[in-house]
Design a protein around this ligand. Structure first.
Ligand SMILES: NC(=O)CC(=O)C(=O)O
Length: 275
């Protein structure tokens, strides 16, 4: 069944209260415009940066996730709640929660691959200074299709996307916050790669760009089709990106170019490591 997806490219400020209020307002707007699945960006309630995570962290359920649950219920939508810094048992995680139209949490994804990079003269970022990595794959069912969740840096790991498509996902959603170095170089390329590798829709949701922030987000919230085409995108201001997802198109592309049944599983295989 086709459905309208809305990606909220939220302007995130240092005020958590403003961020929550703004998110609730734009979620409502997206639903009034016909969206059945709405997604927020990575770190939607807090500026993105290791110096902020501890101060903005919350337990789940907590203030921010209560707002998400209420917004999902009031607007009768599936809500992919971007991410928030989560505190649990003395550890911090970068966590995405997902709500069904009844306002119940149906999935929780803790960023699996932490963003630790060092590009000399450009950007050095070490999420692992304050965050711990998640250990779970995260998918959830909707009446439209199964959806897989990754957070930002998770998109660089093709194995995760492959596992999600193998589990039956037809749409992968990555709340993310690429930056002014990696954004122009890799943001679209990675989405198109994951879409083509797996013949799925890929959607990535960024915060709007704030030139005064310590970490400047690239923006360019985007949807890519299973054919690898950019079918919806934007620049870097606060906005909502809409696209009508047709899960049947995934099957169409897969039957035209049947790489899934042509894999040489006699030669190679991806296996899940159990604990
Ligand atoms: N912020 C991230 O997690 C990832 C990112 O910016 C990149 O991979 O580049």
């Amino acid at each position: 069944m086709a459905f309208r997806l809305a990606l909220v490219q939220l302007a995130v400020s240092a005020s958590k209260a403003d961020n929550l209020q703004n998110a609730a307002r734009l979620i409502k707007q997206a639903s009034q415009n016909g969206a059945k699945v709405v997604a927020l960006p990575e770190c939607f309630n807090s500026p993105y940066g290791t110096s902020y995570f501890k101060d903005y962290a919350e337990r789940i359920p907590g203030q921010s996730t209560e707002v998400l649950s209420k917004a999902a219920k009031e607007n009768n939508i599936f809500l992919i709640g971007g991410s928030i810094p989560e505190e649990d048992n003395g550890k911090l995680y970068n966590t995405c929660t997902v709500y069904n139209p009844e306002g119940n949490m149906v999935a929780k994804h803790r960023k699996v691959h932490l963003f630790d990079i060092d590009v000399p003269g450009k950007i050095c970022f070490k999420e692992s200074e304050t965050l711990s990595p998640g250990k779970e794959f995260t998918t959830f069912d909707t009446p439209f299709c199964k959806i897989g969740i990754g957070i930002c840096y998770d998109i660089r790991f093709p194995e995760l996307a492959y596992i999600y498509s193998d589990l039956g996902c037809k749409l992968l959603v990555y709340p993310g916050a690429f930056n002014m170095t990696t954004g122009p170089a890799h943001w679209e390329l990675l989405q198109r790669s994951r879409a083509i590798d797996n013949q799925v829709y890929v959607a990535s949701v960024s915060p709007a760009r704030d030139e005064k922030a310590t970490y400047i987000a690239w923006g360019h919230t985007t949807v890519v089709s299973p054919w690898g085409e950019v079918v919806a995108t934007t620049e870097h201001e606060e906005t909502i990106v809409y696209y009508n997802i047709n899960p049947d198109y995934v099957d169409e592309v897969r039957s035209q170019i049947p790489i899934r049944s042509q894999k040489r599983s006699d030669l190679y295989k991806l296996t899940k490591v159990s604990e």
